[in-house]
Design a protein around this ligand. Structure first.
Ligand SMILES: Nc1nc2c(c(=O)[nH]1)N=C([C@H](O)[C@H](O)COP(=O)(O)OP(=O)(O)OP(=O)(O)O)CN2
Length: 169
């Protein structure tokens, strides 16, 4: 196969695994990289010991962003995006989506700062426990870890948990 870009054209020869590219060529590098996945959920909550509108029961469409790092495996995947989604769907979302957060989360004021630390713990426990390996034919690389979680409470307000803060403080 010719690797120079050349003219734009309709491809007539698809790259064939085992002929044009070998398995040991699938991994391009051995460096740590970050993969990120976003999820949204709708939930109701209210704050305690807080004077302002958020003491009243109200709802948000939250957005959670997970940043997970690792060294890619032999086919160039660090952690399958589908694996992150499985963890979210099975272990985290049931506590959040269309829930009353004051009831479903551990006892805490349901601030973005508190919730984002809980999200970090859930993802990290799931990754380290390798609870989910539905994609067993695509093994995760070694040493995958949660680097950060960002939780948007509104489009303009978010809290972030970072690995160094979560593990050291
Ligand atoms: N540091 C924090 N401050 C506030 C939190 C919080 O979790 N951490 N939470 C609230 C309320 O839950 C409130 O609903 C969200 O606050 P706010 O951004 O002020 O909400 P708005 O709807 O006004 O957001 P806009 O995006 O500016 O419209 C309060 N403070």
């Amino acid at each position: 196969m010719n690797h120079t870009p050349g003219e734009f054209r309709i491809i007539d020869n698809l790259q064939r695994f085992g002929e044009d590219i070998q398995r040991d060529e699938l991994k391009y590098h051995n460096k740590r990289v970050l993969v990120c996945k976003e999820f949204t959920f709708d939930a109701a909550h209210h704050l305690h010991a807080y004077e302002g509108k958020c003491k009243n029961l109200h709802g948000h469409t939250y957005k959670a962003v997970f940043g997970i790092s690792g060294v890619p495996n032999d086919i160039g995947i660090t952690v399958d995006f589908g694996e992150i989604k499985d963890i979210w769907k099975d272990l985290i979302e049931p506590y959040l989506d269309h829930r009353y957060l004051n009831e479903t989360l551990p006892k805490m004021n349901t601030t973005a700062e508190n919730m984002v630390a809980w999200l970090f713990e859930q993802m990290e426990q799931a990754l380290q426990g390798s609870i989910h390996l539905k994609h067993e034919d695509i093994p995760c690389s070694n040493d995958i870890r949660t680097e950060f979680v960002r939780l948007y409470e509104t489009p303009t307000s978010y809290a972030e948990a970072r690995r160094e803060w979560m593990l050291s403080e």
